[in-house]
Design a protein around this ligand. Structure first.
Ligand code: KIV
Length: 272
């Protein structure tokens, strides 16, 4: 039976009721069907797409067109989960107008909300997108689109001063109207402090146990790559399962085991 569609009201209520929010990335139709059937609250069409699906070195080269195509594929699964489209590098920084236009493109593709990286410096973009009627999820801490400025993919919020700056970012996003904030790869104490000070939920990746929700990248959770970030939990080694299945297929074809009797259909009369 189909569940009721998850909206920002449900997500905000979860924080008030102290219920955890579960988000996962998905980038295509079959993965969206599976994660929705499993019962996640939010499907993030993350710009991690660039690395885990398209084989890029960073998220910098992900285009709006890439994100729109994959958001459309996820939306075709008609999930009950909320679909959040991740605004890629260069699609909101130049101006509020560009930010609104990019966010509108996501909604036309089937997204229920958008996410963008950054804090105080982009609060005006967040406000403008919300004024256009589109819910926004913030993203602070390790913001991979800024890895050059951050000096790499490093743990954030280790010191009191840094933690205070992140709190100011989170408060600016909340004030601008964001309905939730991703906190990526910060010290657990920092994410806990921010979570306690906000009215809107925090959804964390690599920032510890005290957030209102968690997010994992689909490929990390399923073990589709040999490397998994240290903060991600690999629930299954799907790479090994796929590898074994494809090797068995190769063996079957070479040995004439596949196709078997059950896979063939016969003509009605002799064929010469
Ligand atoms: O793109 C992505 O997958 C993300 C998550 C890591 C939050 O932004």
């Amino acid at each position: 039976m189909r569940k009721e569609k998850v909206t920002i009201k449900h997500i905000l209520k979860k924080k008030r009721n102290n219920e955890k929010i579960v988000m996962i990335t998905a980038y295509d139709y079959p993965s969206a069907l599976i994660v929705d059937e499993a019962g996640v609250d939010i499907i993030l069409v993350g710009d991690s797409l660039g690395m885990v699906v398209l084989g890029m070195k960073s998220t910098h080269t992900v285009s709006l067109e890439d994100m729109i195509r994959h958001t459309m594929a996820v939306a075709r699964a008609e999930p009950s989960a909320m679909i959040v489209g991740d605004m890629p590098f260069g699609t909101y920084e130049p101006s509020t107008q560009k930010a609104v236009e990019s966010a509108v493109a996501f909604v036309k593709a089937g997204a229920d909300a958008v996410k963008l990286e950054g804090g105080t410096e982009y609060a005006d973009r967040v406000k403008a997108i919300i004024n256009a009627g589109i819910p926004v999820m913030g993203h602070i801490g390790l913001t991979p689109q800024r890895y050059l400025r951050l000096g790499g993919y490093k743990l954030q919020g280790k010191r009191r001063q840094e933690a205070q700056e992140l709190l100011q970012d989170a408060l600016a996003l909340q004030e601008a109207g964001a309905f939730s904030i991703v906190i990526e790869f910060t010290a657990e104490e920092t994410a806990k402090m921010i979570t306690e000070k906000l009215d809107i939920p925090t959804i964390c990746i690599g920032s510890g146990r005290y957030c209102d929700g968690q997010v994992l990248v689909y490929h990390d959770l399923l073990g589709l790559y040999d490397h998994t970030p240290p903060f991600a939990k690999r629930y299954v080694n799907l790479k090994q399962i796929i590898l074994d299945a494809v090797k068995e297929y190769i063996k079957d074809v070479k040995e004439g085991v596949f196709p078997g009797q059950e896979h063939v259909r016969h003509s009605k009369e002799p064929i010469e």
